[in-house]
Ligand binder design. Structure first.
Ligand SMILES: C[S@@+](CC[C@H](N)C(=O)[O-])C[C@H]1O[C@@H](n2cnc3c(N)ncnc32)[C@H](O)[C@@H]1O
Length: 283
C-alpha cells in the first residue's frame, strides 16, 4: 500500500509499508535502534527531518543513502534521540522531590548510609547534576559520611561524553541561584564546570533500557521525558522493570507528561501525583 503523507514543511513523503519496514530493519542494523517499539508517528516525524536534509522523499531512497553514506547513521541517530534537557528541568518536580522524598529517604538511610540513584535516559547529564546538587544540599555536612552513587545512563554515547565533562555555558546556568552557583560550579574561561563534590558521587554509562540488562538496587529512579516516545506495551514493560530495579520503599520520578500505565500503576503509591512522583509498595 502506498500513501502520501504531508510532513513538516509540507514535504510529501511517499510512504510504502514494505519500504518503511525495510528501513526500520536497516536502522536496527546500522545504529542499534529498535524502531518497532517507538511510537510510529513520532518515528516518522523524526525520519522526515533526515529525508528532507538528504533531499529525498521516499523511505526506499533514504535507506540506500543510509547504507552508502558513512556519515548518515550518525546524523540519523542524533535526530532519533531527542536530547532536550536542562538543569532543574521542571523545577517544581525537584522542589517536590526535595520536600517530599529526600528527608524521608535520608532518614531511612541513617544506618547503612548508602544511597543509590539512577537517572535513566540522562541525555547530557543535567538531570544527574541537578539531583546531585539537591542531595548534597539536603545532606549538608553529613554528606561525607554517606556512600552515594548517582548513575546516569543513556544509549547516546555523545550525550554521555558531554555529561561526563560537566561543562556549562553561562547561558545554561542563568537560572541557578547565586549560592548554588558558587558552591557547585567553578568558572573556567568561557565555561562553568561542576565541582569535585559532584563528580565524586556521579557516574555515567551506556545502557539501553529496552534491551539492556536489568539494573537493580536503587533507592530512586528518575526516568523523565524518555518513555513518551515508546508505545504503551513497552512503557508498561519498562515501568515494571523500574519497579523491580528499586529497593523496597524506593521512589520513581516520571516526566510531567507521562502516565504510569499497566500493572506498575497498582504497585506504586503516589507521593505527589501532579509531579508524577511514586513510591514502591512491597507486594
Ligand atoms: C529528552 S531526553 C531526556 C533527558 C532527561 N531525562 C530530562 O528529562 O531532561 C531523552 C533521552 O533518552 C535517551 N534514550 C532514548 N531511548 C533510550 C533507551 N532505549 N535507553 C536509554 N536511553 C534512551 C535519549 O538518547 C535522550 O538522551
Amino acid at each position: 500500500m502506498t500513501a502520501v503523507n504531508v510532513l513538516q514543511r509540507s514535504v510529501p513523503v511517499h510512504e510504502d509499508d514494505r519500504d518503511f519496514a525495510d528501513l526500520k530493519a536497516i536502522i536496527k542494523k546500522k545504529i542499534g535502534f529498535n524502531c518497532n517499539e517507538y511510537k510510529q508517528a513520532h518515528l516518522k516525524r523524526r525520519l522526515a527531518v533526515r529525508l528532507r536534509a538528504s533531499n529525498t522523499t521516499s523511505y526506499k531512497d533514504y535507506a540506500s543513502i543510509l547504507l552508502k553514506n558513512s556519515e548518515e547513521p550518525g546524523y540519523l541517530k542524533q535526530v532519533l534521540t531527542v536530547n532536550v534537557t536542562e538543569l532543574f528541568r521542571n523545577p517544581e518536580t525537584y522542589e517536590s522531590f526535595g520536600r517530599n522524598v529526600l528527608p524521608n529517604l535520608i532518614r531511612s538511610k541513617e544506618s547503612d548510609r548508602r544511597i543509590r540513584i539512577w537517572s535513566a535516559g540522562c541525555s547530557n547529564g543535567e538531570e544527574v547534576h541537578s539531583i546531585a546538587i539537591l542531595l548534597l544540599e539536603a545532606l549538608g555536612s553529613r554528606a561525607r559520611r554517606f556512600d552515594i552513587s548517582i548513575l546516569g545512563s543513556d544509549i547516546d554515547d555523545e550525550s554521555l561524553e558531554i555529561a561526563a565533562k560537566g561543562l556549562y555555558k553561562p547561558k545554561n546556568i542563568e537560572k541557578i541561584r547565586k549560592e548554588r552557583l558558587s558552591r557547585f560550579f567553578t568558572r573556567m574561561d568561557d565555561y562553568y564546570t561542576v565541582t569535585d563534590d559532584i563528580r565524586d558521587i556521579i557516574r555515567f554509562k551506556h545502557h539501553d533500557m529496552i534491551s539492556g540488562v536489568c539494573l537493580g538496587g536503587f533507592d530512586v529512579i528518575f526516568c523523565r521525558n524518555v518513555t513518551i516516545y515508546f508505545d504503551q506495551k513497552l512503557q508498561e514493560r519498562l515501568y515494571m522493570n523500574f519497579y523491580n530495579s528499586l529497593n523496597d520503599g524506593g521512589y520513581f520520578v516520571m516526566g510531567k507528561t507521562e502516565t504510569l500505565v499497566g500493572p506498575a500503576g497498582r504497585m506504586f503509591r503516589p507521593v505527589d501525583l501532579k509531579e508524577r512522583i511514586y513510591q514502591k509498595v512491597k507486594q
